[in-house]
Design a protein around this ligand. Structure first.
Ligand code: SAM
Length: 286
């Protein structure tokens, strides 16, 4: 694995490289980020799109490697983020269309992609403030669901997403794409059932768990009383008893029609916007 993806102590001076070969070792390493093993080893991930990379930089993330295709050469915004990357000690690659397609696994790739360092917050450092809402997901499996939930959490003004147990990787290409950039704005926590249960006892918030057997209509809960943790179950098996019994309320979204349940991301969206209804106004729209 190339040193450019590894933390090497003090940052070295950045540089710009022109790359056209698929066998270039840095290109190979970036391509390997489509595999969880390589992402875990390097604690890195890739995100595509000029706006997304600009937003990430503005939110304080550091680009380890910035990649842009030849079409980006001379474009003021691309030059600007390239300069910011170099100034921060990152590497900038100007690549051929063929290389960009291979890195992003797309026929019509974006002009820009960035390799970033993964970030997780420790659960013990999460202190619930007034009006805060967190989402906790039990073993979420579908990358598209997770990405959509992170995006929705961002849009609803939630403070972060807690991943409990064996969840899909939030830094996979599919999840990152589905977040549409919200990944950079929403803190993520990875934890176990046991640690979540211990944290819950002292967190000072109310855990509203959603369950198809929930006895409480989700619209009748007082979400203003305390900070809220909205706890959602796994796509296939729902919420296990060990988590359901931690809930201060077991909420259900009433349904009509033939569907057994709502899609996890849709149910999370419904819950989040109800939880934060009193806090959201059109005046805050961007
Ligand atoms: N077969 C699963 C079950 O029995 O729970 C269905 C899980 S559902 C696809 C995924 C998650 O979305 C559920 O665990 C729950 O958290 C939430 N959910 C979906 N529809 C819901 C509803 N009508 N009321 C409350 N929660 C719901």
């Amino acid at each position: 694995m190339n040193d450019d993806l590894r933390e090497q102590g003090p940052r070295r001076v950045g540089q710009v490289k022109e790359v056209t070969s698929l066998s270039n070792p840095i290109v190979k390493d970036i391509k390997a980020l489509s595999l969880k093993k390589a992402r875990d080893e390097t604690k890195s991930f890739m995100a595509e799109g000029l706006k997304l990379v600009i937003d990430a930089l503005d939110l304080g993330w550091t680009v380890k490697i910035l990649v842009y295709s030849k079409a980006g050469r001379g474009k003021p915004l691309v030059e600007k983020i390239a300069a910011r990357t170099v100034a921060a000690g990152g590497l900038v690659l100007e690549v051929s269309d063929k290389v960009m397609s291979a890195i992003t696994r797309r026929d019509n790739p974006q002009m820009v992609a960035g390799v970033f360092e993964q970030r997780f917050r420790a659960l013990k450092d999460v202190q619930l403030g007034k009006d805060e809402t967190w989402v906790a997901l039990d073993r979420v499996r579908d990358p598209g669901n997770l990405g959509t939930i992170i995006r929705t959490a961002d849009a609803a003004g939630a403070s972060g997403v807690i991943l409990i147990g064996d969840c899909t990787d939030p830094f996979s290409l599919e999840t990152v794409r589905a977040t549409m950039g919200s990944l950079f704005a929403v803190p993520l926590v990875k934890t176990s059932v046991e640690e979540f249960v211990r944290w819950k006892a002292k967190c000072g918030g109310q855990v509203v768990a959603t369950h198809l057997a929930g006895a409480v209509d989700y619209r009748t809960i007082d979400y203003k009383r305390k900070p809220v943790v909205v706890l959602m179950g796994n796509e296939q098996s729902g919420l296990p008893d060990e988590l359901a019994r931690e809930a201060d309320a077991l909420a259900r979204i009433p349904q009509a029609g033939r569907a057994d349940s709502l899609n996890l991301a849709v149910a999370t969206g419904v819950m989040l916007f109800e939880t934060r209804r009193h806090l959201l106004t059109l005046g805050e729209a961007k």
